[in-house]
Write a protein that binds this ligand. Structure first.
Ligand code: C2E
Ligand code: CA
Ligand code: CA
Ligand code: CA
Length: 270
C-alpha cells in the first residue's frame, strides 16, 4: 500500500512536468520557424566503394527558450499536435535553398534524402508545395529521395500509395525507412513501388550479437535483393559492421563510422 501510494505521488508531478514540456515544445514550433531556430544537418551515405553518394537531411533545433531539442523528441510532439506539416514544409524549402551549394562541391552525382512523416502523407496538398519548391529552386528531381516509414501505410494505404506514386512520377526516389523496426509487414513490399529499403539500425547493432540476429539481417538483405530494391544500412558504427554488410551485398551504408550529420558550412568545407 505504502509503495503504491508513494509511487503515485512521484508519478503525478513527473507527468505534469512532462506534459508541460510537451506543451511548451508544441507551442514553440511556430516561433522557432519565425526566429530561424531550425537548421539542417546532412549525413553522408556511401556506396560499396565507400564513395559518398548521398546525404540525409536531418533537422536540428537550437531553441532560445529550451536549448538544443532533439528531433527524436520534438518530431513526435509535432506530429501529435498537428504541427508537423509546418516543419516538413520548412525542411523541404530549406533543403531546396541549400541544394545548389551542396551539389556544387560534389565530385559525383548525389541524392539528397528528406524524411516525411506518416502524418504528412495524409495531406494531398503537400505534393503541390513540393512541386512548387522544386520549380522555384530549379531542382532536378533525380537528386531527391523521400524516406518514409511503414507507419505511413498503416492508416490509409491507398492515400499513402497515391501520394508517394506522385512523387515517383515527378522523378524522385522513395526509401522505406527503419525497415524491420516496429510494425513491419512484408505484405507492403509486394504492393508498393519503392527504390530503397533502409535496414533499421537495430539490425546493424545486433550483427554478431547472435547467430540468429545475424541470419535475420542477411535474410532481409537477400530478400531486398530478390525484390530488386537498393539496400541501405543505417547506424553503421564499426569497420566490422561495414565489412559484413558489404560482403552480404548492401549497396549503401550510413552511420557514424563514415560520417556524422554536419551543418551546411561543415559540408561545404569538406
Ligand atoms: P531517422 O530518420 O531514422 O534518422 C537516423 C537517426 O540516426 C538520426 O538521428 C541520425 O543522426 C542518427 N544516426 C545516424 N548514424 C548513426 C550512428 O552510426 N549511430 C547512432 N547512434 N545514430 C546514428 P536524429 O538526427 O537525431 O533524428 C532522429 C529521428 O528524427 C530521425 O530518425 C527521424 O525519424 C526524425 N527526423 C529527423 N529530421 C527529420 C525531418 O526533417 N523530418 C521528419 N519528419 N523527421 C525527422
Ligand atoms: Ca530517415
Ligand atoms: Ca532511419
Ligand atoms: Ca528512425
Amino acid at each position: 500500500k505504502m509503495a503504491e501510494r508513494s509511487s503515485h505521488t512521484i508519478f503525478v508531478p513527473e507527468m505534469m512536468e512532462d506534459n508541460k514540456r510537451r506543451l511548451l515544445i508544441a507551442n514553440s514550433i511556430a516561433s522557432a520557424i519565425k526566429h530561424d531556430e531550425f537548421s539542417i544537418h546532412y549525413q553522408g551515405k556511401v556506396d560499396a566503394d565507400e564513395v559518398v553518394v548521398g546525404y540525409e537531411a536531418l533537422i536540428r533545433w537550437r531553441s532560445a527558450a529550451l536549448g538544443v531539442v532533439s528531433p527524436a523528441e520534438f518530431i513526435p510532439i509535432a506530429e501529435q499536435s498537428g504541427k508537423i506539416l509546418q516543419i516538413t514544409k520548412w525542411v523541404i524549402k530549406r533543403v531546396c535553398m541549400e541544394f545548389e551549394q551542396i551539389l556544387a562541391v560534389q565530385k559525383n552525382d548525389v541524392v539528397v534524402s528528406l524524411n516525411l512523416s506518416a502524418h504528412d502523407i495524409k495531406n494531398a496538398s503537400l505534393v503541390g508545395y513540393i512541386k512548387e519548391m522544386f520549380t522555384l529552386y530549379k531542382i532536378d528531381t533525380k537528386h531527391i529521395e523521400f524516406e518514409v516509414t511503414e507507419s505511413a501505410y498503416l492508416e490509409n494505404f491507398d492515400a499513402a500509395n497515391g501520394f508517394l506514386t506522385q512523387l515517383r512520377q515527378m522523378g524522385c526516389s522513395i526509401a522505406l525507412d527503419d525497415f524491420g523496426a516496429g510494425y513491419s509487414s512484408l505484405g507492403y513490399l509486394t504492393q508498393i513501388d519503392l527504390n530503397t529499403l533502409k535496414i533499421d539500425k537495430q539490425f546493424v547493432d545486433n550483427l554478431n550479437v547472435s547467430k540468429r540476429s545475424t541470419l535475420v539481417t542477411k535474410t532481409i538483405i537477400e530478400m531486398a535483393k530478390q525484390l530488386n530494391l537498393k539496400i541501405c544500412a543505417e547506424g553503421v558504427e564499426t569497420r566490422e559492421q561495414a565489412d559484413f554488410l558489404l560482403a552480404n551485398g548492401c549497396h549503401q551504408l550510413q552511420g557514424y563510422f563514415f560520417a556524422k550529420p554536419v551543418s551546411l558550412e561543415e559540408l561545404l568545407k569538406g
